[in-house]
Write a protein that binds this ligand. Structure first.
Ligand SMILES: [Zn+2]
Length: 262
């Protein structure tokens, strides 16, 4: 599932390729992915406008419609954006297609229809309506805020890190990586962690997410000491060679090293 680093890579991709080009036509192929808007409204609000800037909060990507609100993408389990040159075949599972006046196009592709597309007046209101916590890489998530939020959480640290209402952007894969890098067992109670552990988690949130963005969220390009490429059945710890353990926490498959993580 696309998490903060994946969505940030898509944001910078859209920022580099998709700005300031009028939308000639927008096609909605699956109305069920639209949230709070009809296909007709999408046509009338997007056609003729161009994207003037991009933003991200947690796992949501926003593109501004020249000061007339924002389109919002949520990528669900499998979502992608594909930039297409004129004459290129539209990819399978394209749910929304923007055709620009230069004949290039942008495809919002969802293999499963779990992602969402909408148009919103402003990001702050949207974040509040969705009940999202501060973005994991924003200034709003400082050490003090993180400590306050974890202290109020009686569940596991794994559950807390992936709870979008507490912190927005971290999902199953990067929560495992953050806890692996902090050498903290995923089943520890969030509110029982000491100050040192919370400080370490805070540092690793920034470090892991930033490293993943720099490496385009590609598991093949992660540092040698990262769990991510080994995070599968039969995988071994890249630090000590112990076979990784697998647990289900809050319904999510969680990988950890029983030797390195206490
Ligand atoms: Zn280990």
């Amino acid at each position: 599932m696309p998490e903060l680093p994946d969505v940030e890579v898509l944001r910078s991709y859209l920022d580099k390729k998709g700005l300031h080009q009028p939308v000639h036509q927008v096609e909605v192929f699956a109305e069920e992915v639209l949230e709070g808007i009809s296909a007709r409204e999408v046509h009338s609000q997007v056609t003729g406008r161009s994207f003037s800037s991009t933003a991200r909060h947690g796992k949501y990507l926003f593109a501004e419609l020249n000061g007339n609100g924002w389109v919002v993408f949520h990528f669900g389990m499998t979502g992608q954006l594909h930039w297409l040159q004129p004459g290129t075949r539209t990819p399978d599972h394209t749910r929304v297609l923007f055709i620009f006046s230069n004949r290039q196009s942008l495809a919002f592709v969802l293999r499963r229809k779990l992602g969402r597309f909408g148009i919103i007046p402003d990001i702050t209101g949207f974040v509040a309506t969705k009940g999202l916590g501060p973005d994991a890489l924003s200034k709003e998530l400082d050490l003090h805020t993180l400590q306050q939020r974890l202290k109020k959480t009686s569940g596991t640290i794994k559950g807390a890190l992936t709870n979008q209402g507490l912190i927005a952007g971290i999902g199953n894969i990067y929560s495992d990586e953050i806890l692996f890098q902090a050498r903290i067992h995923p089943k520890n109670r969030a509110n029982k962690l000491d100050r040192e552990a919370m400080r370490l988690i805070f540092r690793k949130i920034g470090e892991v997410l930033q490293t993943a963005i720099e490496r385009e969220a590609d598991p093949a390009h992660m540092p040698a000491t990262y769990l991510l490429p080994h995070r599968q059945k039969g995988g071994v710890c890249p630090v000590c060679g112990t076979k990784l353990k697998q647990l289900r926490i809050s319904g999510r498959a969680t990988f950890y090293c029983s030797n390195c993580q206490q």
